[in-house]
Design a protein around this ligand. Structure first.
Ligand SMILES: NC(=O)C1=CN([C@@H]2O[C@H](COP(=O)(O)OP(=O)(O)OC[C@H]3O[C@@H](n4cnc5c(N)ncnc54)[C@H](OP(=O)(O)O)[C@@H]3O)[C@@H](O)[C@H]2O)C=CC1
Ligand SMILES: CC(C)(CO)C(=O)C(=O)O
Length: 336
């Protein structure tokens, strides 16, 4: 990636996060192409992306296709749910050239976690997120720059995105170098009004986000509670904090420095207000839950150090049950 011409940026997956990033960058005049499908593709071709953020509502035209026919890209943001990556990633191959950067904007433990790592598991796969090894096989790790997305967004209908909070993404090289390409990427993203911070220890922030997700997303599915409720109602908060404690031990075992303690986490989380987690939104729409990346992968990492995670495991099991047996008030009423 060079800074002497406008970079070509592809956003693969135009839901809540992909739609927000694509709209911000395209609105700033960057060369953006969007890989989308179905109703979203139709909406993008007809109306562009309609983004409501802190600055108001913007309608932003974008180039969109369901074929990866945009030519070799400088940057590809992969913005699908983790379980959709093995189907999506091979489609992106024509977009990847020698110097292409691929940024998975995906919650949970990434498949590249041990790539570029110098610890005892260096180079090993994370089976829960790449069960057939498709991601590792299609994308050489040298293309990856990791990121942690601090944007809360919803896509209430295809092509429409609401993201009414400050937009922050932290980026980092898997081997922790603060490289030229990392700095150039951040400068490019900032042109879109998204705060982009280059980090030298991306896994620390990954763990911070993983702790937020694993302690609230599955429990939100079981309880139907918002973040504010999860972090303030004593009967929910107790479980949230118990999960955090279990996961902090795993993070520490992998050498991560998580600077926030559970009580500070709870205070910050409560201030997020009546937000429905992305997993609760998926549950309500009868969509698959991102439990493999946010839950199972953490259990897999815990297992490597023989760390028991009784509360976390139970909550993940219950969320998985709820995801496959959705509560249907109408059916309950009809059978009464
Ligand atoms: N929403 C949020 O507030 C946050 C989300 N995240 C994370 O960001 C990631 C993306 O989440 P989010 O944007 O909410 O998810 P969404 O479900 O809103 O968007 C995912 C998009 O990817 C599309 N997609 C999936 N597979 C393909 C494919 N093969 N070809 C083309 N398009 C495809 C989906 O299309 P279709 O609708 O047709 O399935 C959908 O439009 C997740 O890991 C999530 O956990 C992180 C921080 C906050
Ligand atoms: C808002 C937050 C942090 C909740 O865990 C999130 O990332 C999500 O909803 O997936």
């Amino acid at each position: 990636m060079t800074s002497d011409r406008s970079p070509r940026i592809c956003i693969a997956g135009a839901g809540a996060i992909g739609g927000t990033i694509a709209a911000r960058l395209a609105k700033a005049g960057l060369d953006v192409s969007v890989l989308a499908r179905g109703a979203t593709l139709e909406a993008l071709r007809r109306d562009g992306i309609t983004l409501t953020d802190l600055e108001g509502t913007h309608q932003v035209p974008v180039r969109a296709s369901d074929q990866a026919d945009f030519g070799v890209q400088d940057v590809i943001f992969v913005c699908a749910k983790a379980q959709d990556l093995p189907a999506m990633m091979p489609k992106l191959t024509p977009l990847i050239g020698e110097h292409t950067i691929v940024v998975p904007a995906v919650n949970g433990v990434p498949w590249w976690y041990f790539h570029g790592d110098s610890g005892r598991f260096a180079g090993e796969p994370v089976h829960a997120v790449d069960p057939d090894g498709i991601l590792a096989a299609t994308l050489p790790g040298r293309h990856v720059i990791g990121c942690v997305v601090f944007i809360t967004a919803e896509s209430p209908q295809p092509g429409h995105v609401i993201a009414r909070n400050p937009h922050l993404i932290m980026f980092g090289e898997p081997d922790h170098r603060v490289s030229d390409r990392l700095r150039t990427l951040c400068a490019t993203i900032e042109r879109g009004g998204i705060e982009a911070r280059p980090l030298d220890r991306i896994r620390d922030k990954l763990w911070t986000k993983i702790i937020a997700n694993i302690s609230t997303n599955p429990l939100s599915v079981i309880s139907g509670a918002t973040l504010e409720e999860l972090y303030t109602r004593p009967e929910l908060k107790e479980t949230v904090v118990a999960i955090m404690r279990e996961v902090l031990l795993v993070a520490a075992s992998y050498g991560a420095r998580v600077e926030i303690d559970p009580l500070t986490f709870v205070e910050l989380g409560a201030a997020m207000g009546p937000v429905r987690t992305s997993m609760l939104q998926d549950y309500e729409r009868r969509r698959p839950l991102e439990l493999a990346a946010i839950g199972d992968a953490v259990l897999e990492l815990a297992q490597r150090f023989d760390i028991p995670m009784p509360v976390t495991r139970k909550v993940i099991d219950l969320a998985r049950f709820r995801g496959t047996h959705p509560h249907d008030p109408q059916a309950v009423a009809a059978s009464a």
